[in-house]
Design a protein around this ligand. Structure first.
Ligand SMILES: [Zn+2]
Length: 63
């Protein structure tokens, strides 16, 4: 089953949506984010991390 997941750039903060089947996680980093492996920001080339299912409340808050 494919679920649309939201991912966000650590550098510039844009978010992109990806199907869960295309997402590879590299595991939690020392920042606590679940970073994506082999996927980088389309804008700045920065690392992306998994936010959660598209449409869900994020499990973090940007202040
Ligand atoms: Zn970026």
């Amino acid at each position: 089953m494919n679920t649309l997941m939201e991912c966000m750039c650590l550098e510039c903060g844009i978010s992109i949506f990806m199907e869960s089947s295309t997402i590879k996680l590299s595991g939690p980093s020392d920042t606590g984010y679940e970073l994506l492996r082999d996927t980088y920001c389309t804008e700045c080339g920065g690392p992306m991390f998994l936010v959660g299912k598209a449409g869900d409340e994020p499990n973090y808050k940007l202040k």
